[in-house]
Structure formats: C-alpha cells, structure tokens
Ligand binder design. Structure first.
Ligand code: SAM
Length: 288
C-alpha cells in the first residue's frame, strides 16, 4: 500500500479505538437525552434520507451506526471509503476497465470512496439488507448508473433475519469468470461457516483467473475452527447473534485453497477496526 494511504489507515485506526472508548463512555447519557429532545428512540431516526458532506451524498447517520459506531462521524465514514478505494488501486490492480464486485456492500461506503477517487466506474454492490440496497440504488445508482446495486435476499440473523434464500440456493447474480476484483469488507465477520463456504465457492466462480480478492475477517491461530461472539475478543458489546464470528486460520485458509484461491498476504489485525485481519487472495490460473 502506498505511504499516504498507510498514514490515512493508521489515523482511522486510532480514531476508531478512541471513538469506541469515547462512545462507550458517553452512550448512557447521549441516547436518553437524544430521545428526550426528539421524542423518539435514538436508533429509529431514519427520517432524514441523506447527508451532504464535502459534496458527497452520505447515508443518514443512524443507518450508518448499524454498521459500527465509528461510522456515525461523517468525516470518518467518507475518509474510510476513500482509503478503501485507494486500496483497490494500490493493492488490487484496479484499472478503469475493472469490474469491481462488492459483496456485503452495506450503504455503499466503498462506492462513495470510488466516486470520490475515480468518478464513474464498473461496480456491482450486493447486499442482503433490503433497506441498505434500496438506499444505495436511490442515492448512488440513480445519479451514477455505472454503479449498480442488487438486493440478494439471503438470510442473515443479524442483517436480514427474514431472508428467504439459504443453503445451496445461494448464488451470486454474475456469470462465471466475470469479476476483476472481488471485495468483501466485514462480511465474514458476521457470517457462519456454512455460508462462508458457499460464498468462497461463489467468489471463486465469478472471479477471472488471476484476479484479486480482498476480505476482512476475525482470524486467529490455535483457536476452535469457529467461535460465535468469543468472550472479550472485540472491545464492544455484542448483544445480537453473529455480531462477531471468529475463524481459525487453518480452517478458513483450507476453504480458500479448496476453491482455488491463493493467499497472497495475510495482515493479522491489519484492519482499521479492532481485531479485524485483512486477507489478500488471488484466483489461481488453471494450467492449460
Ligand atoms: C459490517 S457490514 C459492512 C458493510 C460494507 N462492506 C462497508 O464496508 O461499509 C456487513 C454487510 O454485509 C451484509 N450481509 C450480511 N450477510 C450477507 C449475505 N449473506 N449476502 C450479502 N450481504 C450480506 C449486511 O447487510 C451488511 O451490509
């Protein structure tokens, strides 16, 4: 990664750590006061449909908060999206002709960063949360049709509990070998092993030979294959199912290798968020 982006990521990481400590301290006071002033529950304020920040259209803060408390701050949200877009160029061989597939795209944080860095591009965002996908379509795709967003109704206890697609019926809406970059920030962090296996197989199917894949996950050595909400592992309160799913390195990497994905780099706890590790993969070339 280039030096400028390293510095930006380092600053975001220390802001996240400071932010999560600060938020834990002020939350007991802020929430009731906010509810009192606005006469409604803090987390249910979806009334304001978007925010304009430095000319960028950002999702409502309360929606962003569902992805992590750090994302409540406009500056952090935008800068972290820009840092992710720069990662594509610096580490994932991004070029103007690349088709980028963002699985678990959330509220289009990467897309917002890409718009800032590159302008219009070839991008497909896929998310299981209908509200997030709709927000992206309305506020990003409508003005920038080269960014497309799809709602995939896969069940996820945390983000889409009423989802209708499960198990072997999960299929990404792309033909074989069409994606140049596959990107999954914070998807496997909240996903059980059955779905991880299917998503890795699907990622491998849609990726062109030699293409790059980036993902973040909770990964450790010498731990059980899968742990749901391991005690004291992340420095925030986990009160909902799948809020933190940790994998053993051996188990996760064996799934990658089964589906022809080579680990090019593993950055243990290398992400801007506590305990998240970064994995850079390449789709193996099949010998002729
Ligand atoms: C932690 S958020 C990350 C959002 C986004 N990648 C970002 O960087 O801001 C995880 C996202 O994955 C989505 N998700 C969860 N399970 C999914 C699935 N099976 N298929 C597609 N998206 C899923 C959630 O709805 C949520 O938007």
């Amino acid at each position: 990664m280039n030096k400028g982006n390293d510095k930006l990521v380092e600053r975001l990481r220390s802001n996240t750590e400071r932010g999560s400590i600060l938020w834990r301290l002020v939350r007991p006071v802020v929430r009731p006061v906010w509810s009192l002033i606005h006469n409604r529950d803090y987390v249910s304020d979806y009334d304001r449909d978007y925010y304009l920040y430095h000319g960028c259209v950002l999702p409502p803060r309360e929606m962003r908060g569902r992805l992590g408390a750090s994302f409540l701050a406009d500056g952090f949200y935008l800068e972290s999206g820009i840092a992710e877009a720069r990662r594509l160029a610096a580490r994932l061989a991004y070029s103007k002709s690349s088709l980028v597939v963002d699985i678990g795209c959330g509220l289009g944080r990467l897309a917002t960063g890409m718009l800032w860095e590159f302008g219009d591009v070839q991008y497909l965002g896929i998310d299981s949360n209908p509200v997030f996908a709709e927000w992206c379509r309305e506020h990003i795709e409508r003005n920038h049709p080269s960014f497309r967003f799809i709602h995939l109704d896969v069940v996820n206890e945390l983000y889409n509990p009423a989802g209708k697609i499960d198990g072997d019926r999960i299929r990404l809406p792309l033909a074989d070998a069409t994606a140049d970059i596959v990107y999954l920030w914070g998807l496997f962090t909240n996903m059980g092993p059955e779905h991880v296996r299917i998503y890795v197989s699907e990622m491998s199917r849609i990726a062109r030979e030699g293409s790059r894949i980036f993902l973040t996950a909770f990964v450790e050595e010498n731990v059980p294959e899968v742990s749901f909400i391991p005690k004291g592992y992340v420095p925030y309160e986990c009160v909902k199912p799948l809020q933190c799913v940790r994998y053993s390195k051996e188990f996760l990497f064996s799934i990658f290798s089964r589906y022809g994905l080579v680990v090019e780099e593993f950055r243990h706890h290398g992400g801007a968020f506590p305990s998240q590790s970064e994995v850079y993969l390449r789709k193996e070339k099949v010998a002729a």
